[in-house]
Design a protein around this ligand. Structure first.
Ligand code: NAP
Length: 308
């Protein structure tokens, strides 16, 4: 495959999608973004779409519900990256069908960007959330479509920025709630680094039909370690409340959607240690920070400096 294959991002106007679009264009790939025409009038997303043009990305209008628009867009590229949101995971069967019909795609990266959906010990509703993605994996494999599955673990902007506190957009300075005993290793990756590693993988034969883990060593940390990093920066000790697992499981059962899902995902990552419990099986998976040591990823320590 050419080193600068043409990339289509489906879901490029989403939270992680915009980082993928930027990384693709910056790496010199002819970059195409599937845009819903209705989104053009969205006040913030219209600015984002304008910024895509400044990177030289090509906008293709389409929608998951318009199958022909998918086929038309896919026929123009070599690689399809889906960054569709949690509500559209099942609908990726339409993307798979369109890829099959187009017949030209050399790599498909379905929307995952989290834990390894086949290696976890999550409880409901996180277990079903992962299983939907497993079904998409099996559908891709059944069609013989070349793939890479991206496991980027915790987005820094979701879980590191707030030391794992729900609904905070900056690290707390007084108190912190820690799920479990805070001693199991999690993984935090910045959105920019997720973009960089993802784009490096698309033309790499070593990631063909493999899962790409992003576990940069400096960012494999327990919640207690993250809190301690932050305490050292602000030279203050936070009051800590530890939530035992049985209490967390009860909250998951009693909370409405989507709080129960968020808690169950945190339970899997932070209390069960699902980000790091499973070793990389070289026959199935490769590690981004080992494949691409030239990437100077942002360490959790540096990331938190911006908030002091
Ligand atoms: N590991 C983590 O910490 C973490 C955190 C968050 C998300 N994730 C994962 O990352 C992936 C992406 O999630 P996200 O939160 O970035 O997604 P998001 O912000 O909800 O974005 C969804 C994207 O899908 C597009 N879309 C929705 N319906 C569509 C349709 N009918 N046709 C075409 N496009 C459509 C949206 O376009 P419009 O702009 O037109 O609406 C948008 O670009 C998911 O797999 C999610 O589970 C992981």
């Amino acid at each position: 495959m050419a080193a600068n294959s043409k990339i289509l991002v489906i879901g490029g106007t989403g939270y992680i999608g915009k980082f993928i679009v930027k990384a693709s264009a910056e790496a010199g790939h002819p970059t195409f973004v599937l845009i819903r025409e209705t989104t053009l009038s969205h006040p913030e997303k219209s600015k984002l779409i304008e910024s895509f043009k400044t990177y030289g990305a090509t906008l293709l209008y389409g929608d998951l519900s318009d199958y022909d628009s998918l086929v038309r867009a896919i026929k123009q590229v070599d690689v399809v990256i889906s960054t569709l949101g949690g509500q559209q995971i099942d609908d990726q069967v339409k993307v798979i069908a369109a890829i099959k019909e187009a017949g030209n795609i050399k790599r498909f990266l379905p929307s995952e960007f989290g834990l390894d959906v086949e290696r976890h010990s999550a409880v409901e509703p996180a277990a079903s959330y992962f299983n939907k993605r497993v079904k998409i994996r099996r559908a891709i494999e059944a069609e013989g479509i070349p793939y890479t599955y991206i496991c980027s673990f915790g987005f820094a902007g979701y879980y590191l920025v707030n030391l794992g506190q729900q609904n905070l957009t900056a690290p707390p300075r007084d108190k912190v709630v820690i799920l479990g005993d805070g001693n199991l290793k999690g993984v935090y990756v910045t959105e920019e680094d997720i973009g960089t590693y993802t784009i490096k993988a698309v033309d790499d034969p070593r990631t063909l039909n493999k899962t790409l883990y992003m576990r940069p060593p400096a960012n494999v940390l327990t919640v207690n370690e993250v809190v301690s990093l932050w305490e050292n920066k602000i030279k203050s000790t936070l009051h800590k409340t530890y939530v035992p697992e049985d209490q967390l499981l009860k909250s998951i059962q009693e909370s409405p959607f989507p709080i129960n899902l968020r808690l169950a995902l945190c339970h899997s990552a932070m209390v069960r240690g699902d980000c790091t419990k499973y070793e990389t099986d070289p026959s199935l998976a490769v590690e981004a920070s080992q494949l691409y040591p030239e990437v100077k990823y942002t360490s959790a320590d540096n990331y938190l400096n911006a908030f002091v």
